[in-house]
Design a protein around this ligand. Structure first.
Ligand SMILES: Cc1cc2nc3c(=O)[nH]c(=O)nc-3n(C[C@H](O)[C@H](O)[C@H](O)COP(=O)(O)O)c2cc1C
Length: 158
């Protein structure tokens, strides 16, 4: 089996190798009427659209805060971000990481996985343990530092 799964829209260099990947991680504040059922609706919609756009990642919801890891082709991620910015279910979107690099996907099997805020630290730590690509390790280390220093708001105090 290939260690670099072919996903919709990925740009592979001639002869194979790793794809050029756009990675955007952000935090936002959920609007007051957003509850778990609404988050389930968001996940259903994401699982429908993300595979068509080559987007993978995870979404954390807890303490009124969203945290989302998006990875995929640049145009897809930026296009989705435009839609997200207009979505009234959240506000105060703060970008934490935005990179475009030739590297492996961190979550190739997750169309959009809902992760409980109690588990976000474990998920990022496990991903760091499994990361073989130094650029992924660097991105995850930075996020764990932001989590531990309280920069991710309520998510830091799960
Ligand atoms: C925090 C948050 C994360 C979201 N993540 C995604 C996503 O990863 N993919 C996606 O297609 N829509 C996502 N959405 C929903 C979009 O903003 C938009 O509602 C959706 O793409 C419209 O599709 P629908 O008509 O099937 O609901 C998210 C919304 C919120 C509030």
């Amino acid at each position: 089996m290939s260690s670099t799964p072919l996903l919709q829209g990925d740009e592979y260099p001639p002869g194979g190798g790793l794809p050029l990947l756009y990675n955007l991680v952000y935090c936002s504040r959920a609007t007051s009427d957003v509850d778990d059922a609404e988050v389930e609706r968001i996940i259903r919609s994401a699982k429908k659209w993300n595979p068509r756009n080559g987007i993978t990642g995870l979404l954390v919801f807890g303490g009124g805060v969203f945290f989302q890891w998006l990875e995929g082709p640049r145009d897809s991620v930026i296009g989705l971000m435009r839609i997200l910015q207009a979505d009234p279910r959240h506000q105060s979107i703060v970008s934490l990481t935005e990179t475009e690099e030739v590297r492996e996907r961190m979550f190739p099997d997750w169309d959009m996985e809902l992760v409980s805020h109690d588990d976000v630290r474990d998920v990022l730590t496990d991903a760091l343990g499994e990361a073989t690509d130094p650029k992924n390790s660097a991105a995850l280390t930075l996020l764990l530092e932001q989590l531990d220093s309280g920069q991710l708001g309520e998510l830091s105090h799960a």
